[in-house]
Ligand binder design. Structure first.
Ligand SMILES: [Zn+2]
Length: 308
């Protein structure tokens, strides 16, 4: 009996202990630690197996189909938005996937990730994009599973899987952030921008040595939500401000006036040595880091949903 109890306690991840010891509101404590890092890790493996899945490739199309199937298995009705744009590789087809969880609270929240791989003329040996972008894609799928039963307590959540975050050459008005720009423009065209309370983006959150950053221009309210969630999970030491601006898929939403935050660990290995190199490999991705990222984001979403 005693041994069993010890075993059970050991199974609770350390980062959840602080939360359990803190007096938490009911929904918080039930949502708090449910993201399964091992499930996310399997999702990373499945994505990496598709190969060089950069925008416009058959490999990425297979990844799109895999996201759609996985979302359907989770009880969603995902929609694919496909379009073409000129890139240095010629006319390129992009595909965003969006899955909506209709909530019982007012407003909408976007949860985003990109799922395309960085293009290289010559791919670095060993580069699989396990962290950039399979890890955040995996975590968003896990968040979809965990949040679904709590829909009544949430604003309507739009889960976005963006294509074309990576630029082919250099970021410019016509290169990079293809999918997020497309989605933000649609919101403007539809005239629904005021429906949106927030946008939470996840990117590169699988590093073993996880440290989230937010860029200096982030809306203070969003930073407070992040710190509060991290504190409740006992991982406040893993979040800090990056004394810099970050260009990522949150920017097109920020530009149209939606409070947005990018949860990104922009130090992948020492001095970011694994970023866009052969070091971006499954062996450098951690199930526990993905669980922390997903749980922090889930608590943020629950809190933002309670706003009127
Ligand atoms: Zn990248």
């Amino acid at each position: 009996m005693y041994k069993n109890l010890i075993k059970k306690i050991k199974l609770i991840p350390l980062f959840c202990m602080a939360l359990i010891l803190n007096a938490c509101k009911d929904n918080e404590s039930t949502i708090a630690c449910q993201v399964d890092g091992n499930k996310a890790f399997k999702y990373v493996q499945q994505q990496c197996a598709f190969g060089n899945r950069y925008s416009g490739t058959e490999e990425l199309k297979q990844t799109t189909e895999w996201i759609v199937k996985t979302a359907e298995k989770l009880g969603y009705q995902p929609k694919v938005d496909a379009w073409q744009e000129k890139t240095i590789l010629g006319d390129t087809t992009f595909r965003n996937v969006k899955a909506t969880l209709k909530g019982g609270k007012p407003g909408k929240i976007i949860v985003g990730t990109h799922y395309d791989l960085k293009y290289f003329k010559e791919f670095p040996k060993g580069f699989t994009g396990a962290n950039d972008s399979a890890s955040s894609t995996a975590v968003v799928l896990e968040m979809m599973r965990v949040l679904k039963p709590f829909a009544k307590e949430l604003s309507t959540i739009e889960f976005y899987f963006f294509d074309g975050e990576e630029c082919f050459e250099n970021y410019s008005d016509t290169d990079g952030l293809f999918g997020s720009k497309r989605a933000a423009n649609k919101i403007i065209k539809d005239g629904t921008v005021t429906d949106y309370k927030a946008m939470v983006l996840l990117d590169m959150i699988g590093d073993k040595d996880l440290e989230f950053t937010w860029s200096i221009d982030t809306n203070q309210r969003m930073v407070d939500y992040l710190k509060d969630a991290a504190k409740k999970l006992g991982v406040l030491n893993k979040v800090k401000m990056l004394n810099n601006l970050i260009l990522d898929d949150h920017v097109p939403f920020q530009r149209i006036g939606i409070p947005a935050i990018d949860l990104i660990d922009f130090e992948y290995g020492e001095d970011n040595q694994h970023w866009h190199t052969g070091g971006d490999h499954i062996e450098h991705v951690s199930a526990e880091s993905m669980a922390i990222a997903g749980n922090v984001a889930n608590l943020m979403i629950l809190a933002i949903s309670q706003e009127d």
